[in-house]
Design a protein around this ligand. Structure first.
Ligand SMILES: *Cc1c(COP(=O)(O)O)cnc(C)c1O
Length: 382
């Protein structure tokens, strides 16, 4: 089975984890900080804090920004539910904004209309690894005094206008789930240049407990105090070992993903039945997903079936978050973001991952083409 995404684990990754398992530390050891330093350097940020997964990383970032009851946070309608779920856990209200159906990314022209006096955070998502139009987002945030927390769970290694994703938003969140750019099994991170955010992020990860900057007088070297309501959202040392090993190979992974994307783009350039979701000119995507949008959404289930018959997995990214039953029960209505709903009905993610072979990719391409062209023929014969 060719899945739509998969991890790349090699012998050196395994060796790194085994070494960590044989060390004195399983969790809270030296590899965590080493991984954080390497990650911060890679994305051009001052600080990185790693977490148990991308979802706890998001929640920590929202918490560090002070998001709470009566606050609103703006998120795109097309994203993984975690982007807005993390805000619900802090009792804040997610406000969904429609997307540009070409890119699947938040449409800045819709953004400003959704801002009011309760808005605290803008949370753009770099869909498929393609950087959002960040100049508009950052400009609006500056003008309205909002904090930008970029959900870059798809976009580790991407570049916006030559700047690495992770270097320009107030905080940027990454995931190390097996399908993402690099993996630690489960894992995530927040990067920032702000030392106050950094302090709150590290506290949140460890029950809100502070070990250096006290409110009361320290009673001795053992002293610590709980200042916030945090979680246990720590990454382990052996996961950090895997993260370090994976990070060293990220440039290679990115190159391979781009080569696959380029082959798809070339193969589908003259296909009239679909368009490919691509990054803005001048930007470098992390190519987490290769998403196509069908002109005729009624063809999608046939395409999914035909791919499956050929041993090829595909997936829909995403159902607009507010269309899930849980959100519907909260009162978000159908039709809230019409372009996102249309996008969701016609989009499909095709296999892309560093070890996808050219032969397997050819099979994907020919299956897509044959399904779309059958449709043309049946119309001609009608
Ligand atoms: C993967 C992902 C997350 C959550 O990350 P986990 O590590 O799976 O918790 C959040 N947002 C987006 C857009 C994602 O793709």
């Amino acid at each position: 089975m060719i899945s739509y995404g998969r991890q790349t684990i090699e012998q050196d990754d395994i060796d790194a984890v085994v070494r960590a398992l044989k060390s004195d530390w399983l969790t809270q050891g030296p590899l965590i900080e080493e991984f954080e330093k390497a990650l911060a350097t890679f994305v051009g940020a001052k600080y990185a804090v790693v977490f148990s997964n991308g979802t706890t990383a998001l929640q920590a970032a929202y918490f560090a920004a002070g998001l709470g009851k009566n606050d609103e946070i703006i998120v795109p309608a097309i994203t993984f539910a975690a982007t807005s779920n993390a805000a619900l856990w802090l009792n804040a209200k997610p406000v969904f904004v429609d997307v540009d159906p070409k890119s699947g990314n938040i449409d800045p022209t819709n953004l400003e209309k959704s801002i009011n006096s309760k808005t605290k955070i803008l949370a753009p998502v770099d869909y498929a690894g393609h950087p959002v139009d960040h100049s508009s987002v950052l400009e609006i945030a500056k003008k309205r005094g909002l904090i930008v927390i970029e959900d870059a769970c798809h976009a580790l290694g991407a570049q916006w206008k030559g700047k690495p994703v992770g270097s320009f938003s107030d905080m940027t969140v990454f995931s190390f789930h097996p399908l993402k750019s690099i993996t630690t099994g489960e894992g995530g991170a927040v990067v920032t240049n702000n030392s106050e955010y950094y302090d709150r992020l590290t506290r949140f990860r460890h029950h809100g407990i502070e070990r250096k900057k006290f409110k009361r007088t320290s009673a001795g070297p053992w002293y610590h105090e709980m200042q916030d309501l945090g979680l246990n959202a720590r990454l382990t040392d052996f996961q950090s070992a895997l993260g370090l090993s994976q990070l060293s190979k990220l440039p290679v992974f990115l190159k391979k993903r781009k080569a696959i994307a380029d082959r798809y783009l070339e193969a589908f350039a003259k296909e009239s039945g679909l368009h490919c979701v691509v990054p803005n000119p001048g930007d470098q995507s992390a190519w987490h997903l290769f998403a196509i949008v069908l002109n005729d959404s009624t063809m999608r289930s046939k395409l999914i079936d035909e791919l499956k018959n050929n041993g090829i997995g595909s997936q829909v990214h995403y159902i607009p978050v507010y269309r899930h039953p849980y959100y519907e029960d909260l009162g978000y209505p159908k039709g809230l973001c019409p372009k996102a709903e249309m996008f969701s009905e016609s989009v499909l993610s095709l296999p892309i991952y560093p070890t996808l072979s050219e032969a397997d990719q050819k099979k994907v391409i020919s299956t897509v083409k044959s399904v779309l062209n059958t449709k043309h023929e049946s119309r001609l014969h009608r």
